[in-house]
Design a protein around this ligand. Sequence first.
Ligand SMILES: *Cc1c(COP(=O)(O)O)cnc(C)c1O
Length: 427
Amino acid sequence: MNTAVFDRRESEVQSYARNFPVLFHKARGAWLYDEAGQGYLDFLAGAGTLNYGHNHPELKAKLLAYLDDDAIVHGLDLYTVAKRHFLETFERLILSPRGMDHVVQFTGPTGTNAVEAALKIARNVKGRSNVLCFTNGFHGVSLGSLAVTGNSHHRDAAGVALNGATVMPYDGYLGADVDTIALIDKQISDSSSGLDLPAAVIVETVQGEGGINAASSEWLRRLEALCRKHDMLLIVDDIQAGCGRTGTFFSFEEAGIKPDIVTLSKSLSGYGLPFSVVLIKPELDRWKPGEHNGTFRGHNPAFVTAAAALELFWSDDRFATEIADKAERIRSAFAGIIARHPDAGLSQCGRGMMQGLECPDGELAGEITREAFAQRLIIETSGADDQVIKTLCPLTISHDDLQRGLDIVSDAVSTVLARRNKKRAVA
Ligand SMILES: *Cc1c(COP(=O)(O)O)cnc(C)c1O
């Protein structure tokens, strides 16, 4: 495997290849293939960017036909046929059926740019700078998004003070007995708490990078009520948990809440093409033309695959049923692993097909994912100490491949724990 140029020329900032040092070349569905054609089962799927798998044949056909037609690839934010088709499809299949009257802002193609836009519009509309965010939250690495992100590894790289945010305890952060909404309410209500009245609250319903912590529906409803009570906007960052990952198109549907602002990215294009949007309640859409811009606002090939993915997967509720079935298979596989190793301190977390197997520490989780990789399963860790093994496999994965991956995880857990016990016995 010739990877010399990466050592020679790629910046040290590179990260994923350190855990998966393989030269990848091709991919299809839930499988990645290296240069020699060896397959690897992909339970990372672009950190939730490939909910419909790699190179979905029907989406690819639409994309190739579009390119072959010399249709617009780059069009700034001009009207194009592809953009019209995406907006009409998104309105018909996603927004209207859910009673959402939000307008769509096309931002630069990264998730963090959508978060920046969401924070800007919320602050400008409310005329306040403070935003509430949560422990273990992750919203991207540009400065505004970083200010509402918990992880010190990322925050410490900023090089400047990160302002305009106050961190609050997420659901369950202080233990099952502490009502964190009551705590936040108290701090906002108390004129001497030292907390500046926030413009908005930004939240992930399931914390993707922060450890697959899932907020309860009840907590999310009370958070929404808190926002209404104190005139704060509710921003749901659905960049990772959205597009079906938790079982419904938006991750907040189960809770029945109505966020003022929603960010979407990662799986939105359906094909791994960069594409991000902010959904904004129409009365909050006070942008002046071009106030938040970007050269790559709305990538036309991404509109094509995004619209095709919506048609293919979200025209009826079959896909949601399929996700619920697979989510249950993951849940019961993890429950089985925990039951087989009652003394290992394992637990499970997450919701839908965004689930985690939590280990007592990051060292054990890392050993398990390395063992899984030796069996050609690509699976990553998440959380403050990288202590959670997270499943982000394509939602379209076959039952056989899903089972295969879960079996590898189970096997890796057994192998690593047995190895540790043996070492302990020798010592
Ligand atoms: C990945 C992610 C982002 C940032 O998206 P980028 O495209 O990496 O900038 C923001 N919020 C959440 C919840 C994410 O998972």
